[in-house]
Design a protein around this ligand. Structure first.
Ligand SMILES: [Zn+2]
Length: 560
């Protein structure tokens, strides 16, 4: 392949204009990014266009890594660090040649280096960059698990018993660790790369299956042979300091591990089943992006309102509302993260405590022992609090104390399980809170849902029908909508990951008067007259940007 420049190729093919190339080269300067990436990032070209042009102009083959099974032994051919460095993955090899899937087949450095290390001629194959990235991660993370399983089986044949369990932390040198530890580590590592919320280790008749909850649904990930089941379960229990001899009663505990420099809390619970103990590991991530407004999905006007609401608050109440599984807890934590400082006493009442946060006094609510939200709130008052986060307002008593606290110089953050801002005020009235308390205390209400993101690997644009546009209150036009057609990356669902959608109500004097009057109609009119952007606006933006689909918006908002 002779030396060619991507910019020239794309000019020749007519994919970009000279002005666009010039602009992209300017943007590229000093960014350390490759030109193809810059062109895509700024919307001058889509990845598929880029792939097609490179394929046609250079005669390079393309591969859909989503439907291509890379042989596990490829991991031995190219070290992981090189694959990562060049975002390139070997997909096939003969004694003299290796086919290398890469997003940028013009990356000669990568081709040369891989050629030198594999001692084979490199045949570049073009693939979508996200698919290459995932293929690299999957190839090496599954390889870890498979090697650990092989090693455990060897040990078993050699010693006739299960491998000795050791209590080495997960972040120690993995090569030195016993195979059971390595296997559990690679399972946790895999869960992290998949963005899973839970790992289920499920013993069955013919061995154990490891399933992971990804975007709300369970997926089978790795089978573990029956003879290794016990050591994997034991190792997992040891991490949480559970009694490994006790297999007949349910146990639960916590562990902290470090995976890829990320500190991760695990909640580990066991349940005796007829095939042995089932273990569920909940992953409680402390990723910084989840505690920023952007991390939870706040953009544009919503982000600005959120910051205005939280940053200016020294007293009063801020409510976060939505149904179960709408991301309220993440939003509460994003607020806490913004507010916590050395100068304030921030107390958080939670049920359950899901994440441990530094610089914060967290109280575990326990209804059984009588430490209810209401009782805990009363005790917190004697501890000179500035800011109180109440995990959830469930009853009139808690609501009343919280509102009174908000009226007497404290800032109260809480969640309520209702559908929107209006219904949350209605609920507070309903459980007996006086209108003047609500009107006086509440500063703002954040209402939210989680929508699934369209899978970036199989996203396709289509022209929606006029009805479909009208359902999102969009006028006739030619802007496309997007949907996922289903692929290996999204387990055929067309969706990958989730993002919050929001509407934020800032309580102004007119709304305050309407709350005071107890008239729902007046309240709705006051909200309509204010500068309020309903959640549908946020959803519409995501549909137009291809982040989510209109079907998903309908599913989540229900019949709009
Ligand atoms: Zn997909």
């Amino acid at each position: 392949m002779k030396y060619v420049r991507l910019g020239d190729l794309l000019l020749q093919s007519g994919d970009i204009t000279p002005a666009q190339l010039e602009e992209a080269l300017r943007l590229q300067q000093g960014s350390g990014e490759r030109l193809g990436a810059v062109l895509q990032k700024h919307g001058f070209i889509t990845e598929q266009q880029l792939i097609n042009t490179l394929r046609d102009q250079l005669g390079v083959e393309s591969v859909d890594l989503n439907s291509y099974a890379i042989p596990p032994e490829m991991a031995r051919l190219l070290p992981q660090n090189l694959a990562k460095k060049h975002m390139a993955v070997p997909i096939r090899a003969t004694p003299s040649q290796v086919w290398l899937a890469m997003a940028d087949p013009l990356n000669f450095m990568a081709v040369e280096e891989v050629g030198a290390i594999t001692r084979r001629r490199v045949v570049p194959v073009i693939a979508a960059s996200a698919a290459v990235e995932r293929a690299v991660r999957n190839l090496y993370s599954n390889q870890g698990a498979m090697q650990a399983i092989e090693a455990m089986q060897r040990d078993l044949r050699q010693y006739g018993g299960s491998a000795p369990a050791q209590s080495t932390p997960v972040d120690e040198d993995e090569a030195e660790a016993a195979p059971a530890i390595r296997l559990v580590n690679s399972i946790i590592d895999r869960a992290c790369t998949e963005g899973a919320s839970d790992i289920h280790m499920e013993p069955g008749e013919d061995g154990m299956i490891i399933r992971m909850r990804i975007d709300g649904a369970l997926r089978a990930i790795i089978p573990v042979p029956q003879e290794l089941q016990r050591s994997v379960i034991s190792r997992t229990k040891i991490m949480a300091r559970l009694d490994i001899a006790q297999k007949q009663i349910p146990q639960d505990g916590r562990a902290n591990v470090t995976v890829r420099q990320e500190s991760l809390d695990l909640r580990i619970s066991t349940l005796p089943t007829i095939h042995g103990e089932k273990v569920v590991v909940r992953l409680l991530r402390k990723t910084p992006e989840l505690t920023t407004p952007e991390g939870i999905g706040l953009t544009g006007d919503n982000r600005e309102r959120f910051c205005r609401l939280v940053d200016n608050a020294t007293e009063g109440a801020i409510l976060i509302v939505g149904p179960t599984g709408s991301g309220k807890t993440s939003t509460l934590h994003a607020m806490i993260d913004r507010l916590k400082s050395e100068e304030v006493n921030l107390v958080s009442l939670e049920d359950p405590v899901e994440y441990r946060i530094d610089g914060l006094c967290q109280v575990q609510i326990n209804e059984k022992t009588g430490l209810t939200f209401a009782n805990a709130l009363r005790s917190v008052f004697r501890q000179d609090p500035d800011i109180i986060a109440v995990g959830e307002i469930r009853d009139g008593e808690t609501a009343e104390i919280a509102m009174r606290a908000a009226m007497t110089g404290h800032l109260v953050l809480s969640t309520i399980h209702t559908n929107n801002a209006v219904s949350s005020i209605d609920r507070l009235l309903d459980i007996g809170v006086e209108p003047y308390l609500i009107a006086g205390a509440v500063k703002g209400i954040v209402s939210q849902r989680l929508v699934r993101r369209v899978c970036p690997h199989c996203r396709t644009a289509y022209s929606p029908s006029p009805e479909e546009r009208a359902a999102l209150e969009l006028p006739a036009g030619d802007s496309p909508f997007y949907r996922g057609t289903g692929c290996g990356e999204c387990f055929g669902t067309g969706y990958r990951g989730r993002v919050g959608v929001f509407e934020i109500l800032l309580i102004d004097p007119a709304i305050r008067r309407a709350i005071h009057s107890r008239s729902l109609k007046e309240l709705e009119a006051a909200i309509a007259a204010s500068d309020f952007h309903p959640i549908l606006e946020n959803c519409r933006q995501l549909v137009l940007n291809g982040v989510t689909s209109s079907e998903e918006v309908h599913r989540v908002l229900g019949g709009i």
